[in-house]
Design a protein around this ligand. Structure first.
Ligand code: NAD
Length: 481
């Protein structure tokens, strides 16, 4: 199999196992959402490739797991240097592959890959805890656990993968990554960066393929010591069951149906702008606050300004600097999004904005959509759409706002806008969510725990939480004297 040429850049399409490109007998088509063209034929791995990658990772673990933390941190920093030196290439390939805005890729998403690597490299060197009690000295050690399987979605494939493989590698584990079949390419470019940074062969492996094939084989492999999964709730259930059969610790970062609450005392302009921001990445963001909950007394003013701003959003080719909203990832996904919109209408909700594919652009472009007058039992208020579809509901007081906000099976995030600091504390403490943002959105110190309540996930990552998951945490208790 030869390299694919994507945006003029050669991209390997084979697996990366034990420091070598490995072919498969079959392949799958990688289609760009920008124009639905096939941009690469990618190796389609299965049990054999997964087994080879886990073996290679196990062998490399003997070396990497025994490498001094300081040296591991140096190599992670060099990997970050490699990412920074290749931002333009990685951004161009990923935008072609998953349709995200090129300007976001360049400015924030790909640089965040480097930030993740640097953060966990530094965090590794801060680990260590010692205390004395009752004539004993107790030391906590974070021992490398072994082989980490990392499975990630397509909406920010390399960044989300790095959020998992950076702490895994920092902890001394070796990694087998199964990238998403809808946007598999930057993982291959990253493998080259990792090697050039001095990561030993076999410490980072990529098995390309379909979720139900390569993904399922990887999470069920008995040689895997950690399963780190980011994706949908439905797949998360399968992954947890497969990992459970081997008693392999699993970390799940899953979907969301997050609320964005706007109280009458809020800075309304800031709140509206943030609400319109929820169309970012065509709504394909796990954290998106897709349920707008607005205090009734300011709802008309909110809606008027929202529609004004949302109508000004430019939809089109994500490579164009002036584009605000790109395409959805696949035709199948567009039909799924459209199905939610049709059923919402059938249930009596009213699309006051958008409500269908963008006929002018054709392809996979879906109009930013806002539903009002949504019946309380409607599916659109409960299920994650993962597209540019928001709902607006109003509330009369704080208790009603909190009841609406918590009325889903998800609990990934919540955002609230208020000018009252006491209300902010009160409401934040009653919301069911892994992260609550007050008068802001998406900002996060990487040292803070990240994850979801309810069906939005199991476990927390970030800071030492990532090491707690990836390491075998050990207590050494020594009697003194
Ligand atoms: P998905 O669950 O369909 O796929 C995710 C990954 O799982 C892909 O790599 C896929 O190949 C693999 N997979 C599929 N079936 C598998 C199986 N049986 N065994 C093992 N692996 C399998 O999700 P998606 O459509 O790619 O991504 C969208 C979802 O991801 C949304 O629900 C979104 O909210 C969620 N997400 C969550 C976070 C978070 O941090 N919580 C971040 C981004 C996306």
């Amino acid at each position: 199999m030869t390299d694919a040429i994507v945006e003029g850049i050669p991209v390997p399409t084979e697996h990366w196992i034990g420091g070598e490109r490995v072919a498969s007998t079959s392949s799958f088509e990688d289609v760009s959402p920008i124009d639905e063209r096939v941009i690469a034929e990618v190796a389609r791995g299965g049990e054999a490739e997964v087994d080879a990658a886990v073996r290679a990772a196990r062998e490399a673990f003997a070396v990497w797991g025994a490498t001094e933390p300081k040296r591991r941190a140096e190599i992670l920093h060099r990997m970050a240097d490699g990412v920074e030196a290749n931002v333009e290439r990685l951004a161009a390939v990923e935008t072609r592959d998953n349709g995200s805005l090129l300007r976001s890729m360049r400015r924030s998403v790909i640089p965040r890959v480097a930030r993740n690597l640097r953060f966990f490299a530094d965090e590794l060197l801060r680990l260590g805890e010692e205390r004395t009690f009752d004539g004993h000295r107790e030391r906590i050690a974070w021992d490398p656990a072994g082989v980490a399987a990392v499975i990630t979605p397509w909406n920010a494939p390399l960044m989300l993968a790095s959020w998992r493989f950076a702490p895994a590698l920092a902890a001394g584990n070796t990694v087998v990554l199964k990238p998403p079949e809808w946007a598999p390419l930057t993982a291959s470019l990253f493998a080259d960066i990792a090697r050039e940074a001095g990561l030993p062969d076999g410490a980072f492996n990529v098995v390309q393929g379909i979720g139900e094939e390569a993904g399922a084989a990887l999470v069920a492999h008995p040689g895997v010591d950690r399963v780190s999964f980011t994706g949908s709730v439905a797949t998360g259930r399968l992954v947890a069951a497969a990992a459970g059969a081997n008693l392999t610790p699993v970390s799940l970062e899953l979907g969301g149906k997050s609320p964005l609450l706007v109280f009458a005392d809020a800075d309304l302009e800031a709140a509206v702008r943030q609400a319109v921001n929820q169309y970012d990445n065509a709504g394909q963001v796990c954290l998106a606050g897709t349920r707008l909950l607005v205090e009734a007394s300011v709802a008309d003013a909110f809606l008027e300004r929202f529609l004004e701003l949302a109508r000004g959003l430019r939809q089109g080719d994500p490579r164009d600097e002036s584009t605000d909203i790109g395409p959805l990832i696949t035709r199948e996904h567009l039909e799924r999004v459209d199905g939610f919109v049709r059923r919402a209408r059938d249930a009596g909700a009213r699309a006051i904005l958008g409500g269908g594919p963008n006929e002018e652009l054709g392809g996979l472009y879906y109009r930013p959509t806002l539903f009002v007058d949504v019946p309380p039992e409607a599916e659109i208020l409960r299920e994650e759409v993962f597209g540019p579809v928001l709902t607006l509901q109003t509330f009369s007081d704080e208790d009603a706002a909190i009841a609406l906000a918590n009325a889903t099976d998800y609990g990934l995030a919540a955002t609230l806008y208020t000018g009252d600091p006491e209300r902010a504390e009160r409401v934040a403490s009653r919301l069911v969510a892994g992260t609550v943002w007050v008068n802001c959105f998406f900002v996060r110190d990487l040292a803070a725990p990240f994850g979801g309540a309810r069906n939005s996930g199991i476990g927390r990552e970030g800071g030492t939480w990532s090491f707690d998951f990836h390491a075998d945490v050990k207590t050494i208790c020594i009697r003194e004297g």
